[in-house]
Each structure stands twice: as C-alpha cells, then as structure tokens.
Write a protein that binds this ligand. Structure first.
Ligand code: URA
Length: 267
C-alpha cells in the first residue's frame, strides 16, 4: 500500500474515532494490508472477531474507504484543526506563564507536543536540560528511551501520540517539582487531556501518577496496572529516567509497554 493511501486510511479511522465513536486501526506498520476493526460497543465484538478471523482485506475495500474519506473527511479535519488551535492556545499560555517561581530560571517553557487526536498520551514530570533548551518535551536521553519503546513496542510514531508533563518549566538541578508548582501547573495538563480526549493516559513515574490518580502510593505499587477513570484509562509505569538509572528494571518497563500495546489493540 502506498504511504499516501495508508495516511488517508489512518485519517479516516481517526475521523470514525472522533465523530462516530467507532474505532478502526491498522494493527502495525509492518502489516499495513491487514486490518483489525474495533468498536467500543460490546455488540460490535462479534464483527471484530469475524474480521480478526479473516484479517485480510482486499484492495476494493481500501478503495471504498478512500472514497468515503473523500466524502466525509472534511468535518474530521475541521475537528482536528479545532483541537490543534485549542492546544496552541494552551501552549501560548504556558509559554507566557509566570504563576510560580520556576519561570524565573527557565530558558523555554515546554508545552505538550504531538497529535491533537492522539489515542494515547504520555505524561512525564518536568522538563530537563535539553527540554528547557529546545522548548519540547522528552527530547533528551529519557526521551530517546521513551521514543524507542513507543516505536518498537507500540509501533507508533512520535507524531501519532501526545507527550506532555505535569510541570512545564525546568526545576533547578532537575529536582522533583514542589507541591505548589504542581498545583499551579497541572491544570494545563487537565485542559490538554480534555481537548485531546484520549483513550489511554500513561503516567511516567510517581509524580505523574499522583496527579492523574490522586493517589500517593509508591511507584512499585501502582505500576503495571490500568485504572479506569470516567473519561479515559490511566496506566502507570516507571519514568524512563529511572529506568536509565536502574537498567535492571528494563525488562519490567518492556513488559509494561507490551501491556499498553495490548490495551490499544483491544479497544
Ligand atoms: N523528563 C520528564 O519528565 N519530562 C521531560 O519532558 C523530559 C524528561
């Protein structure tokens, strides 16, 4: 399948997701000509199983999908554009934010980054040295590790997910953000989640889990589990910086990403 056709189909699936509450996705980059169709509603489960059994979808169905995309893609693109504008508005407020002391030392504030219609959002703690320099989340060593898992285990590109933090300015010497900094800054995260409306939010480390779940347990107690919330599900895993400092937990980190992949396949 050509890249253009693949992108058209992906856009159409996102449209279904946003407007019709019907989930379609291509299982993986490598299997572009194998299609699995999912739907939130239980009654669609049988259809999904049938498709899973057959799995192969012939060219003419792709042609039909592309044709439909031409007809109904426009409102979807408007929704995506609308979400992009709303996220840009939050980004501008973050860039100009002076609500806590952290703004005094920052080079750049770091808004969230990625697809406005992402199905999965990753939430870290706060920008580090590289992020402060570039104004973009997870672009240093931790970011490299996170991106490799997103690509290799989830089969997704950075542009297909949304990556953000609970605090948007770098704390001095990368210390853990303080309570008042988190309280001032975390409403930006909740606004982003409200606009994107993802199916899964992945908390990277205890501070992100604490904000998303309002729970205070240790990361070792929370990680590896899904927590259902009214709007989305939260999954907790280690922060990639912790994994880099403790390579012994890399296997557990990989297992967590496999659980995320399984979850995204199942919804
Ligand atoms: N660590 C984080 O928690 N966030 C970033 O953006 C980078 C490193």
């Amino acid at each position: 399948m050509s890249q253009k056709l693949f992108e058209d189909i992906q856009n159409l699936f996102e449209f279904f997701d946003q407007c019709l509450n019907v989930k379609f996705f291509i299982e993986s980059e490598k299997k572009k000509n194998e299609l699995i169709i999912t739907n939130k509603e239980q009654k669609q489960e049988d259809i999904r199983k049938d498709y899973k059994q057959e799995n192969k979808v012939n060219k003419s169905i792709y042609d039909e999908i592309v044709e439909m995309h031409m007809k109904i893609g426009e409102p979807y693109m408007e929704i995506k554009e609308e979400k992009r504008k709303l996220l840009e508005d939050i980004a501008m407020r973050i860039i100009n934010c002076k609500m806590c002391e952290l703004h005094k030392e920052r080079k750049k504030a770091v808004p969230g980054d990625g697809s406005p219609t992402a199905r999965v959002v990753f939430v870290g703690e706060a920008p580090g040295y590289e992020e402060d320099k570039k104004g973009k989340p997870f672009v240093g060593k931790s970011g490299n590790l996170l991106m490799s898992k997103i690509k290799d285990i989830l089969g997704l590109d950075r542009s297909e997910v949304f990556i953000t933090n609970i605090v948007r300015c770098r704390p001095p010497q990368n210390r853990t953000p303080e309570k008042n900094e988190i309280e001032k800054c975390s409403p930006y995260l909740l606004e982003e989640l409200n606009i994107i409306d993802p199916q899964l939010v992945v908390a990277l480390g205890a501070p992100a889990a604490k904000v998303l779940l309002m729970r205070d347990e240790k990361i070792t107690e929370l990680r590896g589990n899904f927590y259902k919330r009214s709007d989305y599900t939260v999954f907790v895993t280690f922060h990639p910086a912790y994994v880099l400092r403790n390579p012994g937990v890399m296997d557990i980190f990989n297992e967590d990403f496999k659980k995320i992949a399984e979850f995204l396949r199942s919804i």
